[in-house]
Design a protein around this ligand. Structure first.
Ligand code: ZN
Ligand code: CA
Ligand code: ZN
Length: 583
């Protein structure tokens, strides 16, 4: 890790400087990190501490652009940064072996022949199921696994059969956080699944899904992670396939959304050819006559449009449009910005880059917030102990990291606030006091002494240029305070109590990556918004998700793993929905 840091620092020194745009270097650092993680740049050599030259960097960027179907400019242009922030598999696109350029020449084809099953009958078992069965029931999960495996066994001489015991070749788990294989999951978003290549190890073929994801089935593109699509991709790895840059392939490294009805899904030709290269073409007669194994005559499971799927449809319908209307609450938490709306929220990195177009669900992230809370009024991170305070109506909750503290909710009268609720709450960097706004009044609270300062409330017009009845306010890392109401926001610099002259500005445009702001039309859907905001014309075809942001976390992969071990594990689709919070 230290060497990576050192190399990134040296690279930073080598790169052309642009003082007018300081985020550029952060983007380049992130870009170099990304290129190393996915195999385009050699990982740092702990022996020689070998540096990346400018030429090597240009070459690596071009290779990445070629693999991703972009114009080969050799620089981190907007399209390249966008693709780098697209949800994708964490598996490298280019083999990462022992760290030096000369030894990275092993081709994907060579790897393919090294990673396949010698047997043709493989057992599978779903060992653990999603904890939150509101979205997908057990039978549906098992059926989806059955059909995702059948996609491969329909065309290749492989036979999958479900077993009850613990010695299945392909153990399937829905698990979260650290699950004892050295590859912890990371909460909603980020890494959403991984699988192990074929081989002799007992983990070979095992497939893990992050139970913090909103797994869905027959749900529109805009919501959740399609379990069938992810499973088909993962099982491709589990039988030995690596990533491809082919335009039509389930093994593309980038998440492509749902792939249609599991009962009718037909693999793209590219994938068929690659699995035929590994195992040959299926002889549909011989496979049923293997002695000692169950044949494929067992009844296929039924995939109904179960009542349980209604909830995901409802969730989609409930999913708000980030480009229209107001936000219930806005807060800076651990340096990042959180925009809350209804039961959802969006997250922006410290560099003010939207992490994902898709909102996350508050109840899936903020553990312990009651389901009955369908929106929040105001949120702020407390100075001192960095706990996060949520207000709704006359109640408040305190979260340590993303888990609610014992004994909450409590009445807001604890703060000395009136029994009318709170519009806005934020910490003013100028004096480190917490300010609450309600209608035309504001209060100043001392979070160190846990008491309201004397002489409050005061008239909110003392803050010049701000409207009454705010939606929320937050401090931001530029030292300014930001106030939000409706579709607009105001900036109040440092210790001033007056909004800057050229405000209000549009929240959606400046924070939420909306390029073409339209009036609040009742029919505006999340999909139309995504199309509207998308600057890249190929999104619909390739399933790209646009995000002009830079990834804010150094990957634990690539940075900490032994490079050769990367081949044994195939983490899937690093969603940039939510990076692990170091809360
Ligand atoms: Zn993959
Ligand atoms: Ca995750
Ligand atoms: Zn795992």
């Amino acid at each position: 890790m230290l060497f990576l840091v050192r190399i990134l620092w040296l690279l930073w020194l080598l790169l052309p400087r642009n003082r007018a745009a300081p985020p550029q270097t952060e983007r380049e650092d992130t870009g170099v990190d990304w290129l190393s993680k996915f195999g385009y740049l050699p990982p740092p050599d702990p022996v020689t501490g070998q540096l990346q030259t400018k030429e090597a960097l240009t070459k690596a960027i071009k290779a990445m652009q070629k693999f991703g179907g972009l114009k080969e400019t050799g620089v981190f242009d907007q399209a390249t940064l966008g693709l780098m922030n697209t949800p994708r598999c964490s598996l490298p696109d280019v083999p990462v072996t022992e760290g030096t350029i000369g030894r990275r020449k092993r081709s994907l084809n060579t790897l393919n022949t090294l990673n396949k099953w010698t047997k043709r009958h493989l057992s599978w078992r779903v060992r653990t199921f999603p904890k939150d069965s509101a979205l997908l029931g057990r039978d549906t999960v098992r059926a989806l696994m059955y059909y995702a495996l059948k996609v491969w066994s329909d065309i290749a001489p492989l036979n999958f059969h479900e077993v009850a015991g613990s010695d299945a070749d392909i153990q399937i788990d829905f698990t979260k956080a650290d699950h004892n294989d050295g590859y912890p999951f990371d909460g909603p978003g980020g890494t959403v699944a991984h699988a192990f290549f074929p081989g002799e190890r007992f983990t070979a073929g095992d497939t893990h899904f992050d139970d913090d994801e909103a797994w869905t089935f027959r749900s529109p593109d805009s919501h959740g992670m399609d379990l069938f699509a992810v499973a088909v991709h993962e099982f491709g790895h589990a039988i030995g396939l690596v990533h491809t840059s082919a335009i039509e392939s389930i093994m593309r490294p980038y998440y492509q959304g749902p792939v249609g009805d599991p009962l009718k899904y037909d693999l793209p030709y590219e994938d068929k050819v690659r699995v035929w290269q590994l195992y040959g073409v299926r002889d549909s007669v011989s496979h049923t006559t293997q002695p000692g194994h169950r044949t494929q005559t067992e009844e296929p499971p039924v995939l109904l449009d179960l009542p349980e799927n209604r909830s995901s449809v409802l969730l989609v319908r409930d999913s708000p449009d980030r480009c229209a209307g107001h936000f219930d609450a806005v807060a800076q938490i651990r340096g990042e910005a959180f925009f809350f709306k209804g039961k959802h929220f969006w997250r922006l990195t410290r560099e003010k880059n939207l992490v994902s177009l898709r909102p996350a669900q508050i109840h899936r992230f903020w553990r312990g917030l009651p389901q009955s809370v369908d929106s929040v009024d105001a949120v702020y991170e407390r100075l001192g102990d960095h706990k996060i305070v949520f207000f709704k109506g006359l109640k408040y909750w305190i979260f340590k990291d993303n888990i609610v503290e014992e004994g909450y909710p409590r009445p807001i009268s604890d703060f000395g606030l009136p029994l009318e609720g709170v519009d806005a709450a934020f910490v003013w960097l100028h004096n480190e006091k917490t300010y609450f706004f309600k209608d035309n009044h504001y209060w100043r609270y001392d979070d160190h002494l846990r008491r309201m300062d004397l002489g409050y409330p005061k008239d909110s017009t003392l803050w010049k240029g701000l409207p009454p009845q705010l939606d929320d306010a937050m401090r931001w890392s530029d030292g300014s305070s930001y106030f939000f109401k409706g579709k607009e926001y105001w900036r109040v610099p440092s210790s001033d109590m007056e909004a800057e002259a050229d405000y209000p500005r549009l929240i959606a445009k400046d924070w939420l990556l909306c390029t073409d702001i339209q009036s609040d039309s009742p029919g505006a859907s999340a999909e139309s918004t995504e199309n509207r905001v998308d600057a890249r014309p190929d999104r619909a075809e390739n399933g790209y998700e646009v995000c002009s942001c830079t990834s804010d976390t150094a990957s634990p992969l690539g940075a900490q793993l032994s490079p050769s071990f990367l081949w044994l594990l195939v983490p899937f689709w690093t969603l940039s929905t939510l990076h692990p919070m170091s809360l």
